[in-house]
Design a protein around this ligand. Sequence first.
Ligand SMILES: Nc1ncnc2c1ncn2[C@@H]1O[C@H](COP(=O)(O)OP(=O)(O)OP(=O)(O)O)[C@@H](O)[C@H]1O
Ligand SMILES: [Mg+2]
Length: 364
Amino acid sequence: MKFENPNNFIKPETDNAEITKQETGDVESAKNKTEEDKNMDIIEVKNLTKRFNELIAVDHISFNVKKGEIFGFLGPNGAGKSTTINMLSTLLTPTSGEALINGFNILSQRNKVRKSIGMVFQDPSLDDRLTAEENLRFHAKLYDVPREEYKKRMEEVLNLVELWERRKNIVKTFSGGMKRRLEIARGLIHYPQVLFLDEPTLGLDPQTRAHLWDYILKLKNEENMTIFMTTHYMQEAENCDRIAVIDYGKIVVLDTPANLKKLVGGDVIKIRSQQNELLKLELEKRYRQEIKKENGVIQLKVVDGEKFLPQLFNELNTKIDSIELRKPTLDDVFLHLTGRAIRKEDASAKDMMRQRIKMRHGPR
Ligand SMILES: Nc1ncnc2c1ncn2[C@@H]1O[C@H](COP(=O)(O)OP(=O)(O)OP(=O)(O)O)[C@@H](O)[C@H]1O
Ligand SMILES: [Mg+2]
């Protein structure tokens, strides 16, 4: 942690006009910064807390994110994901705790934080009466991106999300996936160091979701962008370099998807055989572990299924009919850690309806 003088954190932003003037040239310097040490912690959070009256929505969370990382916040509805993103992006004032984004303090250096980040909100926020290009231009002006710079950048970001050909079209005519891609492009127009994506694929169908992920991974690879995203889709959390599992405002665990799955206790191998009693005995003797038999199917747990299977084929004497390897999922991880499934019911249909209603009524 390289928090400066703690007093800095509570120092109010007294002279906004002055700060804005100082920061006008920041687009250039932000670009140059991408060359800096890739190992730097671009997000540093310490004991960040948000209370809404009696409710502690975010409860003393601490973590760091490295430059160029895709960092995921995974948790059920109401876990505190959006509240965290809103505090880190300066939209919401924390009750206590501190955070630095790109080295800038989220309370005392708000303007510098805002110039360092791009934001894609959970709720759609485009003006769908304007064209794609107009939406982007408006945003570029807000961020003082110089005209020449902006033209080049607009082409870059619209090409990145494959919307360059549609730039003259009114956003109302776009599909849900196209709108989401345009919001990502808009978030990138001022060369941010960090892109915050709050449920970027909420309500999109699985194909569009997968497609959107192609762009997110491209951003990481081509622009060395740091991405902080929230999701409650387990499958897409798999794409993150590291995941913080958040529940009731607290980080339950933070690690790579692969390490998280190891917490569950390894892979499950299921074997079918005409001689399953014999097989069970052989496995128990050979691997010295209790072997389960469920509905005639033999089950054993191993640390690394891919490595274990060839060994098993070489060593086994009993004839087998079929074999199945099941890797633990992040659903299993959440269940293992909290004793609950991440969602009681499959909420994707509900999410889609919620999203459609918002799209119909437009941004608020
Ligand atoms: N402005 C607010 N006033 C009062 N309570 C709030 C406010 N914003 C959020 N909350 C509460 O804080 C908790 C965390 O909300 P948050 O929106 O951060 O959850 P989330 O993890 O983003 O959930 P979702 O997956 O539904 O988007 C919830 O209980 C929510 O009702
Ligand atoms: Mg949310």
